[in-house]
Design a protein around this ligand. Sequence first.
Ligand code: PLP
Length: 374
Amino acid sequence: MPIYLDNNASTPLDPRVLQIMLDIQKKYFGNPASVLHSWGWQAEEIVNIAREKVASPLGAPASSIIFTSGATESINLAIQGLRNKSPKRMIASAIEHKAVLDTLRYMETLGFEVVQIGVNNLGELDLDQLESALKTPTLLASIILANNEIGTLQDIKTISQLCQRHNCLLHLDIVQAYSKMVLDFSSTKVDLASFNAHKIYGPKGIGALYIHPDLSGELTPIIWGGGHERGLRSGTLNVPAIAGFGEAAALMVRECEEVTLSIRQLTTRFSKLIRESFPSSCLNGHPAKRVIGNLNIQVPGIDAAQMAGRLAEKVAISTSSACMGAKSSHVLDAIGLSAEEIRSTFRVGIGRFNTPEEIELAAKEISDAINKLS
Ligand code: PLP
């Protein structure tokens, strides 16, 4: 298999997480909604413990977490869940994930006005534009904390203050940042936040929506049925996946310092190797305010998609977000890159299971592939 450097698309399952999931799948098959016997109670207890662990990196109470099938569903619930509220106006940055952009497009069909806020050439939100947009009464602002393509981190404290000042709810897409950096929702007011397990070495198909206690009871569900998750998300809970999510979050918190250090060292080394091979290469996104492990590199003159395709058996990288497929990146477009610059850009996502040897070899393979193409 190729060396895996696409950790912004998804991460490998931590073997310790897998072990817990297997044990639970085998031994605790009860339905947490079964209230009349111990099979149900045990399953419910597993879910309760996981809920605490998932809430902990946000400095939030367990009761603020709703489990979903992934961040896409969480985002849909956060945005569509407000469809019966007013004012009928929502704001988002131009560099949101498609899950946000497409959901907002749907909200337009329901009569909502949707306003996009631009970013500068490093991917930072234009705060003046945001403030002026907020002068018109707005229900929700949806902002991606760490961009999945260029890694740029937004100034959440200021964004939160602006939203509060203008009485606008704030939804954050924290998928790429969750448990990789300190987030304290007890000191920074965030109303809603969407995230998942598969970007933190947990399983796919499980995510969560954080809901501020003040907003409890205010959302309208998008999935109806047995009234699970306080009536907000019906459907039998996926207990092994939820336990895996909790364990993955707990491991990230416990091992944060050493993992961060290792990923930083590997990322610095990889950047250095690419810059030595291609002095004209540059990094897209913010040079410092970026999520760990993400590199979005432009090597002038290359066809990055062709290069990534040629490399596919040796190194796994991407040209934009996994959800964009072969489509051109709206994120790179929003930071002002030309079509030619977008064509010569590739994304590398370094994760906790990458080794120094892999980094040396991957940088060499990428350099060789580029040299062969030019
Ligand atoms: N938001 C961001 C920033 C992402 O990177 C992703 C994953 O690709 C999503 C949302 C969607 O997450 P999920 O795969 O859990 O639906």
